[in-house]
Design a protein around this ligand. Structure first.
Ligand code: FES
Ligand code: FES
Length: 155
């Protein structure tokens, strides 16, 4: 069946079964390749996107549950002032190593800063604990979040 989705401010449609995970729809039907497939079971965070501003694991969200929710992916997060700051900090501190986990990391970091403009280390660890990085860029991720929030980065 055809599902209409609002992705990065555009109205798009995909003809898929309702239980198809949002990640599959984004990548395979809509060609939006920023959200990555890591584990497929909600454990790694590589597939993180926002739905109505909340970070969700798109591998574990059936497309039929999205409805009129506004989906934002890494491709669209730079249009958000907070997302733009996060991306700039990521680039300035050269956070990415292989890069595979980083779209999800940036989406989680942006959601954190939109809800908590000055997170401390514990806030950051709690918000980012579901985003796994096999290259272990965690120190730079934390520093970039601090920098994006206007706090002194300590990388
Ligand atoms: S691919 Fe979705 S959480 Fe790992
Ligand atoms: S940068 Fe390689 S998995 Fe995170």
């Amino acid at each position: 069946m055809a599902f209409k989705l609002n992705v990065n401010g555009k109205s798009l449609s995909a003809d898929v079964d309702g239980d198809t995970p949002l990640l599959w729809v984004l990548r395979d039907s809509l060609g939006i390749l920023g959200p990555k497939y890591g584990c497929g079971i909600g454990q790694c965070g590589a597939c993180t996107v926002h739905v109505d501003g909340a970070p969700v694991r798109s591998c574990s969200v059936p497309v039929e549950s999205v409805g009129a929710g506004k989906v934002v992916t890494i491709e669209g997060i730079g249009a958000d002032p907070v997302g733009k700051k996060v991306q700039a900090a990521w680039s300035e501190l050269d956070v990415a190593q292989c890069g595979y986990c980083q779209p999800g990391q940036i989406m989680s970091a942006t959601a954190l800063l939109k809800g908590n403009a000055k997170p401390n280390d514990e806030d950051i660890d709690a918000a980012m604990s579901g985003n796994i990085c096999r290259c272990a860029t965690y120190v730079r991720i934390r520093a970039a979040i601090k920098q994006a929030s206007g706090q002194k980065a300590q990388a």
